[in-house]
Design a protein around this ligand. Structure first.
Ligand SMILES: *Cc1c(COP(=O)(O)O)cnc(C)c1O
Length: 392
């Protein structure tokens, strides 16, 4: 019914079919492959890698981190060219930006982060604080919510060097008020890094307009790059000459093929690269970014909201003793929902075995990730009813 009225329903057919799959509710952890990507990977291996061999670097690979970065910036981040690059993993680009940001605010002693942020983000902040002799200031957030301008205002001040938050909380799906929080942090004279892992490709985030300083995000979640696909980083153009990142590799140097003595960072966003980029793993990202461009990020978001609304209504109806651990208000919710129930840990193995694939999140949450272009309403219905049936 809802699928019949969905203007984006047909896009689901562009994804590779999976045998025995009843409901894939984890597209926010690992996006499904596009049929176009399977073809592109084969062609790439035969014609570009196999055919052009080392000449490929001169013929375009060298520039792919920045040309694809610009494309991602245009399609999903409303970012002007020259500020976004595809590189490394989220963990590594985040480390680079955390170091660059703390070093750019000498004399300030604190890094601010929320206690429920993704483990890699928290661990990196702890590590950078140790390296630089800084203190971590933790922001506590509600279980079904996340950071707000008020909570952030209490935590930042003249000692804050940098604050790191996620645009969409990985567990609760809380969608932060990015422009308002960015302003609060700027008023304190600090820099902000937004982790866009759970919003890139599903929630529009106009970074230039919102005055964001720095951002990172994931290539294998809603950008469907495949397991271990590279991440992206965004550095606002005005900050590029002011910031210095710590992993001084040859690919971020001003003249990689001169192989000269002494590192000199390349000008602009290229100076934020480090080592040889994963050209193979960027191939599937090209197809998903092109698909988001074809559909339009606002239309993707509209379907995402409709999917999470539908999932919440259905959970309320068929699993009434589960607790929604995500915002009910659509404007404050990202592309997934988490529901809590004491027996979820117990039923997970059988669900996965029967082709119903949500994600378990401690202590007792099931997270339903609804990637808009590959998930149907019927699939959500089958998945939620299967969870209800397992609970008996
Ligand atoms: C998925 C995710 C990561 C993953 O980092 P990797 O380096 O790819 O392992 C980091 N931060 C957040 C918020 C995430 O959701």
């Amino acid at each position: 019914m809802l699928d019949a009225a969905d203007p984006l329903a047909e896009y689901r057919e562009r994804f590779v079919e999976s045998d025995g799959l009843v409901a894939y509710l984890d597209g926010n952890s690992l996006g499904r492959p596009l049929v176009a990507s399977v073809e592109r990977l084969g062609t790439f291996a035969r014609e570009e890698w196999g055919g052009r061999l080392i000449r490929g670097w001169d013929e375009g690979w060298m520039h792919l981190p920045t040309t694809l970065g610009d494309e991602l910036g245009r399609v999903a981040l409303a970012a002007a060219p020259g500020q976004t690059a595809i590189a490394d993993s989220t963990t590594v680009v985040l480390y680079k930006l955390l170091r660059a940001a703390t070093d750019a605010r000498p004399g300030r002693t604190e890094i601010v982060i929320d206690r429920d942020n993704f483990p890699t983000d928290r661990y990196l902040v702890e590590g950078v604080a140790r390296e630089r002799g800084l203190t971590v200031r933790w922001v506590d957030t509600p279980h079904d919510g996340g950071v707000t301008p008020d909570l952030v205002a209490e935590a930042v001040g003249p000692d804050t060097a940098v604050a790191l938050f996620s645009s969409v909380a990985y567990r609760s799906a809380w969608l932060a008020d990015i422009p308002a929080i960015t302003e609060v942090i700027h008023d304190a004279g600090a820099l902000v890094i937004w982790d866009l892992c759970h919003s890139a490709g599903v929630v529009p985030t106009p970074l230039d307009e919102w005055g964001v300083d720095l951002a990172v995000g994931c290539g294998y979640k809603y950008l469907n790059g495949g397991p271990g696909a590279p991440a992206f980083l965004y550095v606002r153009s005005e900050l590029q000459s002011e910031l210095t990142q710590p992993i001084q590799g040859w690919m971020g140097s001003s003249a990689p093929f001169e192989m000269g003595q002494g590192y000199e960072a390349a000008a602009g966003i290229r100076g934020f690269l480090s080592g040889t980029p994963s050209i193979v793993a960027m191939q599937p990202m090209r197809d998903m970014i092109a698909l988001i461009d074809e559909v339009g990020i606002e239309a993707v978001r509209a379907k995402s909201v409709a999917l999470t609304e539908f999932a919440i209504e259905l959970v309320d109806e068929v699993i009434p003793d589960a607790t929604l651990a995500s915002p009910r208000e659509a404007t404050r919710r990202g592309g997934h929902i988490t529901i809590d129930h004491p027996r979820f840990a117990q039923i997970m193995p059988h669900l996965w075995g029967s082709g119903v694939i949500p994600d378990f999140r401690r202590p007792d949450g099931i997270r339903l990730g609804l990637s808009p272009l590959s998930t149907s309403f019927a699939e959500i219905e089958a998945g939620v009813r299967a969870i209800a049936a397992e609970l008996g």
